[in-house]
Design a protein around this ligand. Structure first.
Ligand SMILES: Cc1cc2nc3c(=O)[nH]c(=O)nc-3n(C[C@H](O)[C@H](O)[C@H](O)COP(=O)(O)O)c2cc1C
Length: 250
């Protein structure tokens, strides 16, 4: 039985897991044991899904096939092959969404000491993404094509993805969910042997974090609750703090 906070019933280990997790973009070369990957899958598949459809397929890739994907992605991007996704998506953000995108990029570049006008290092950073951040494992998530228009199934894949990230983090493994690795979806399909009747949604790079890679320390910022929570029908004032303030020390 895990440690419980008796007052509120909060599982402190879970909170710590959620609060410490962050995306990892620099990895050790050490392989991830198959048994550990199987444990992670076992936990992540507990995610809820629409009508319990569990519409996800997980293609867990390592070794030679992953090397071929890195190479193919890199070659295509350098050759200027237009990114190809299996589903329509908005390519650019606006307003506050754009601002948050810029903010996290500033955090990452600053951690890496990459200057704004250092084109070579900025390009190198972007290429890392196409190489799956040189992680030893990449999990490509797909769903059956017939499910299109698949917003609900894509939602379900999001839920299972977060489960993968948390289960990995609990085992000392880092992850970064990323679109960069599957932008050249034909390359991924070919080398991972993904059937034509599945749409490639996203991938998750995974491995043991390289503690010397400074971007791994970046903790991205979240909006204030007031900016996105809309309480309806409550008698208490929503402006009250959600958590009890700590007693002030006299
Ligand atoms: C659907 C999705 C796609 C993402 N794509 C990328 C990506 O292509 N490259 C990247 O470096 N990070 C990518 N990320 C990671 C986000 O940048 C990261 O989750 C966000 O900045 C919050 O930071 P955190 O994960 O450290 O809390 C993606 C995350 C999600 C959920």
């Amino acid at each position: 039985m895990r440690q419980q906070n008796n007052v509120s019933g909060v599982n402190m280990e879970f909170e710590e897991l959620v609060k410490t997790r962050r995306s990892i973009r620099g990895y050790k070369k050490d392989p991830v044991p198959l048994t550990v990957l199987q444990e992670i899958v076992e936990i992540a598949k507990g995610a809820p899904s629409s009508m319990n459809t569990q519409p996800w397929h997980m293609h867990i890739i390592t070794g030679e096939p992953l090397e071929r994907i890195r190479k193919g992605n890199t070659e295509n991007m350098i050759a200027g092959v237009a990114p190809k996704r299996d589903f329509p998506m908005k390519e650019s953000y606006e307003g506050v969404h754009r601002q948050r995108q810029v903010d996290v990029a500033i955090q990452l570049f600053s951690a890496m000491g990459i200057e704004r006008d250092d084109k070579a290092r900025r390009t190198d950073w972007v290429m890392r993404g196409f190489r799956q951040f040189d992680a030893p494992v990449s999990i490509v998530l797909t769903y059956d094509k017939y499910l299109e228009p698949a917003a609900i199934s894509q939602f379900d894949l999001g839920a299972v993805s977060y489960g993968i990230c948390l289960a990995a983090w609990e085992r000392g493994l880092g992850t970064v969910i990323n679109g960069q690795g599957i932008m050249q979806s034909d390359v991924v399909r070919e080398h991972a042997n993904i059937p034509d009747d599945q749409n490639i949604m996203i991938c998750i790079a995974m491995g043991y974090p390289n503690d010397d890679f400074s971007a791994n320390d970046v903790k991205s910022v979240r909006a204030n609750n007031e900016d996105f929570v809309h309480f309806v029908g409550f008698e208490e004032s929503p402006s009250k703090p959600l958590t009890k303030p700590k007693k002030e020390i006299a």
